[in-house]
Ligand binder design. Structure first.
Ligand code: BGC
Length: 259
């Protein structure tokens, strides 16, 4: 009998990124880090309880016809330790103490692993993007509703750093320097860049990093403000822009690709 040729299936995983304003998902080609289709985005419900958000994640996933064994990863804007949400800054407070792995696994009807959104983004930038092959200390920041951070040393992620909540000049840093703060206060790029200079200078003093990667939706507009941030450390825009959360969550969910 003739042997049936095995068709190599592209390694694929599905990533969902839960943000303060939108919940986005897409299948990811793990060989390249590219999204295989357009992202599906549904606005984050105003009453953003774990149940309400999990239901949206279910709708995002159901939009795609995925094989049952496709790994699914979800990123959340909170520190997550062994699945447990430690605190929640920008979604409903009832997230605190919830086991997000268990919640998402039950809601999506398949094993799901959850990860902090900035860690996912940082991981994706190291695997496929702006921090690829970068040795030393890399800090990836995401500027959005809050400020997320990922600390990566020689390619190894130190999770849950929460550097957006450093207290700087008496303020929670993200309340002054996130892109939501820029919008809220109607800051020009110039004024915002001054606050970002202060923020990145403190990170520079604390970590002496080799590279800063600036991500989040606003990294699309990097030409408007990146050059105005005055620090010694090289500062580059995220290569994966705002799909980094999806890509990192997907890759971390696929065991053979997560190292
Ligand atoms: C949260 C972080 C998150 C960041 C970006 C912060 O307020 O505490 O966990 O990574 O926002 O979403």
């Amino acid at each position: 009998m003739q042997a049936v040729p095995t068709v190599p299936t592209a390694p694929i995983a599905f990533g969902i990124d839960i943000g303060g304003s939108g919940i986005k998902g897409a299948p990811v080609d793990l060989a390249t880090g590219n999204l295989l289709t357009e992202r599906k985005r549904i606005p984050t419900p105003e009453h953003s309880t774990p149940e309400a958000v999990a239901e949206i994640c279910e709708r995002v996933l159901a939009f795609f016809e995925l094989p049952a064994d496709t790994p699914v990863g979800v990123s959340l804007p909170a520190p997550i330790r062994y699945g447990e949400v430690l605190f929640m800054a920008n979604l409903h407070q009832s997230w605190k103490g919830v086991n997000a792995d268990q919640l998402m696994t039950a809601s999506l009807g398949r094993p799901v692993s959850t990860v902090n959104d900035a860690d996912a983004a940082g991981y994706a930038e190291v695997a496929y993007g702006a921090a690829r092959n970068q040795l030393g200390t890399v800090i990836v920041t995401t500027l959005g509703t809050g400020i997320g951070s990922a600390l990566i040393v020689d390619g190894v992620l130190v999770p849950n750093t929460e550097l957006g909540h450093l207290e700087i000049d008496g303020h929670d840093a993200e309340s002054r320097a996130s892109s939501a703060a820029k919008e809220r206060e109607g800051l020009t790029y110039g004024k915002w860049a001054k606050r970002l200079t202060r923020y990145y200078s403190v990170l520079e003093m604390l970590f002496s990093p080799d590279l800063f990667v600036v991500g989040g939706g606003v990294s699309r507009e990097h030409e408007e403000f990146l050059g105005l941030i005055k620090v010694r450390t090289p500062l580059v825009p995220a290569a994966l822009r705002n799909s980094a959360g999806i890509v990192g969550a997907a890759r971390l969910a696929a065991p053979s690709h997560s190292s």
